[in-house]
Design a protein around this ligand. Structure first.
Ligand code: NDP
Length: 256
């Protein structure tokens, strides 16, 4: 596995916490040789700390922290254009940035919160994909690139009280499946990893102020760690070129 990742340049969105941050550490641990990581999110100070920690821990890895709001199409276009030469030749995109906002039930949720969820979880992921596809396609036929989208079990099995978030993740699933078909014969690999419950800042936001609901949701379930999901992401990226781990659902044992 490590061999295939040797010398790769990897962009991760939402790398300032949770699953994205764990993916950064896991790629660095798995294949430090000449690895280049571009870590993006809005909290640049946190990204800088993570970059220092990774470079301290995994010799041979170079990390570039970049402040980036994926929902802003102009920022995304500028991000790709402004990548330093050393980091420009991106091989793998991990589209991980995502959030849940405000009240989740459709009758109560504000237009602003709906807009934030769609513009981050869906449009943001599409912005990043569009921005990096030319780099991947320019490298074909000798090689191309990987697009790894972090969806959610919510995109397959909608739950009560999560109508907007579930709709965004269903859209991610549909978009991912569609571009996988569009890109057949280009050697771009399109992969979706759908986590179940994972203990991250996301879970805190999701249940903020509703301890009773959080208790019910997690009853009898030990949530995954972000590391559990990162290991699946790195495993998928590490397969040899002809193997596409197209679609994976990873959830805690006992999650209904
Ligand atoms: P976290 O809240 O820990 O991480 C979310 C990351 O997304 C942060 O780094 C945040 O960084 C970033 N982010 C949010 N909005 C934007 C934006 N507009 N532009 C750029 N970055 C942004 O949550 P998780 O690690 O749990 O979530 C990661 C992904 O996993 C999400 O797509 C989520 O939907 C999905 N997921 C999570 C599950 C869970 O139970 N935790 C289950 C299934 C899927 P910053 O604030 O610095 O911008």
């Amino acid at each position: 596995m490590a061999q295939r990742l040797k010398g790769k340049t990897i962009v991760i969105t939402g790398a300032s916490s949770g699953i994205g941050k764990s993916c950064a550490f896991e790629f660095a641990r798995t294949c430090p040789d000449d690895l280049k990581l571009v870590l993006t999110a809005r909290r640049i100070d946190t990204l800088k700390e993570i970059a220092r920690d990774i470079e301290g821990e995994a010799k041979g890895v170079k990390v570039l922290p970049v402040k980036l709001d994926v929902s802003n199409a102009d920022e995304v276009a500028g991000f790709v254009g402004n990548l330093p030469a050393e980091f420009k030749d991106v091989d793998i995109l991990v589209n991980n940035a995502g959030l849940v906002k405000g009240k989740e039930t459709a009758p109560h949720i504000s237009t602003a919160d709906i807009d934030t969820m769609f513009s981050t979880n869906v449009t943001g992921l599409i912005n990043m994909t569009q921005a990096l596809l030319p780099t991947f396609l320019a490298r074909a036929p000798s090689g191309a690139g990987d697009i790894i989208n972090i969806g959610s079990i919510a995109g397959r099995e909608p739950y009560q009280g999560g109508s907007i978030y579930c709709a965004t993740k269903a859209a991610v699933r549909s978009f991912t499946d569609s571009i996988r078909r569009e890109l057949i014969a280009t050697r771009v690999r399109v992969i979706e990893i759908d986590p179940g419950q994972v203990e991250t800042e996301f879970s805190v936001v999701r249940f903020r102020g509703d301890e009773e609901r959080a208790r019910k949701e997690y009853e009898g379930v030990e949530p995954l760690t972000p590391q559990d999901v990162a290991e699946v992401v790195v495993f998928a990226a590490g397969r040899r070129e002809n193997v596409v781990l197209a679609d994976a659902l990873v959830f805690p044992n006992h999650q209904a």
